[in-house]
Design a protein around this ligand. Structure first.
Ligand code: ADP
Length: 493
């Protein structure tokens, strides 16, 4: 626990400057800052420099209980309001977030060290989630069921009540907004637990939502570690559904807990997603997409397409083009650091294991030995070519800037290689023959497939097959995840 003399964020409503002294953040519960019951705080560091960052409250079950009580008191009144009114409030939240993009960007930058262009994409999209669900909630209803004359049968979409949202450190604000917006739109209240490494943007989202008119208690943020805060959220009797984004191991733990309690969970877990490139593809665009999978968030994206599968005749050409792009990437300019020290160590350990197994990178393969990048948690963009499919590097999620390649021949070979994984979150297919692109996309076991760079947005549902999890975020589908269906049937006679 830290003993720093940082000021308490609860004393001011303004944003922080990039060079501001570290601050101490309390929980956001029932529309106000509330200190942790046990009185202690957790330190953070800036991943780009390893300098000390803001401190966040070290939450406990007592803080979770206070947040759940606030949420339980708040949601019935919210759910009873007409959809149009809830929509107006969520539009106001989007407006206020949009007006504070600079502040949210500074907070996220300090916690993650991300590069500005990428932060802009993530934070704009965070605002867009609120706008989108503010819109669709007015057009998403139950239905009437025709049971013949004399009967009026219909369904209603009803909220669960209190929903727990547990999010990781890789896209902090974005992943929080992705769950919070549909959860609130459907009439629920939320207790959110961001990662203890990257909590400040989610805390500020909640503060700004309150300022925009979201009733107190609907959006509570309790910070702290997974065992101290996440597990008590999922175990609390009044939490009726859990949305989890994170690792497979934690997902299994929370799914077991939810199974005991018989509550539904949405699991957004890991991936080892393929990018499939046929020889007739636009090889430059495909190579750029492969390099982006490594550059974007330094590969710390669950849907990153880090298995580069290339038709045999084009393999060496594609590898050369990707390597050229990787070697042009500048740390701190084109890509950011690894966000946690533990993850930095894990990526390097995987590279060391690969080295021991006889694998030699075509590019990268280490941290930076010197210069400014060595002070932060930067890892060189890395590519290993022709990695045997049974190698750990070809099977395990690295969650870092590491690509592995494999050759295939023909459509069947492409599909077999793409599906040779325990995961199934996303995929990318590149071919000059769009029909073939679609045929292959339909045969890949993954929740989301982009063909020739097709965009994936707030509107497009996202979620896993196989060990990548279950349930869907984004799109209309997410609104249904956060609502349960009630059937009502009336005999008219
Ligand atoms: P990552 O490897 O991305 O950190 P985790 O699954 O460890 O993935 O973390 C994702 C989220 O789950 C974080 O908010 C983390 O604090 C939380 N978490 C970690 N362990 C537990 C746990 N035992 N119970 C509940 N939540 C947890």
């Amino acid at each position: 626990m830290s003993t720093s003399t940082a000021t308490t964020a609860g004393t001011t409503d303004t944003g922080r400057a990039a060079d501001a002294a570290p601050r101490r953040y309390d929980h956001w519960i029932a529309g106000r800052w509330q200190p942790p019951a046990e009185g202690s705080y957790l330190p953070t560091t800036n991943p780009a420099t390893r300098e000390p960052g803001d401190e966040v409250a070290a939450g406990s079950a007592a803080d979770v209980a206070a947040a759940v009580a606030a949420a339980a008191a708040a949601w019935p009144g919210w759910a009873a309001r007409p959809a149009a009114e809830r929509s107006d409030v969520l539009h106001a939240v989007a407006d206020v977030l949009a007006a504070h993009i600079d502040e949210l960007t500074e907070l996220e930058l300090a916690a993650t060290g991300k590069v500005p262009a990428q932060l802009k994409v993530e934070i704009d999209m965070s605002v867009a989630y609120f706008r989108y669900y503010a819109g669709v909630l007015r057009a998403t209803h139950g239905r009437t069921i025709d049971l013949g004359a004399g009967v009026h049968a219909y369904t209603r979409l009803e909220p669960y009540g209190v929903i727990g949202v547990i999010t990781p450190w890789n896209l902090p604000l974005n992943q929080a907004a992705r769950s919070l917006a549909p959860a609130l739109a459907a009439g629920n209240a939320v207790v959110a637990k961001p990662s203890e490494f990257t909590s400040t943007s989610t805390l500020h989202l909640a503060r700004l939502a309150s300022a925009a008119g979201l009733p107190d208690g609907l959006l509570n943020v309790v910070t702290g570690t997974g065992p101290a805060v996440g597990t008590p959220i999922a175990a609390h009797p009044k939490v009726r559904r859990v949305m989890f984004t994170g690792s497979v191991a934690t997902g299994r733990h929370l799914a077991r807990l939810a199974g005991e309690r018989l509550i539904p969970v949405t699991m957004e877990l890991g991936g080892k997603s393929p990018i499939v490139v046929f020889a007739d593809a636009d090889l430059d665009r495909a190579a750029a997409a492969a390099a982006t999978a490594v550059a974007f968030n330094a590969g710390q994206v669950c849907s990153a397409t880090t298995r580069l599968l290339v038709e045999d005749s084009a393999h060496d050409e594609v590898v050369a083009r990707v390597v050229e792009r990787l070697e042009a990437l500048r740390p701190g300019v084109d890509f950011g650091p690894i966000i946690t020290e533990a993850q930095f160590d894990k990526v390097l350990a995987m590279l060391a294991d690969a080295e021991r197994a006889g694998l030699r990178p075509v590019s990268g393969g280490s941290a930076y030995p010197d210069g400014p990048a060595a002070a932060g948690r930067y890892i060189r963009p890395t590519l290993y070519a022709d990695v045997a499919p049974d190698q750990p590097l070809a099977r395990q999620e690295v969650f870092g800037p590491v690509l592995v390649t494999r050759r295939f021949t023909g459509e069947d070979g492409a599909v077999a290689a793409a599906n040779d994984t325990d995961y199934g979150l996303a995929a990318s297919v590149w071919s000059g023959d769009a029909a073939r692109g679609l045929r292959v996309a339909e045969r890949i076991d993954a929740g989301q497939v982009a063909v020739n760079g097709g965009p994936l947005t707030v509107e497009t549902p996202f979620g896993g097959y196989k060990d990548s999890g279950f349930g869907r975020e984004k799109g209309l589908e997410a609104l249904h995840e956060y609502a349960q269906v009630k059937t009502i049937s009336l005999a008219l006679g």
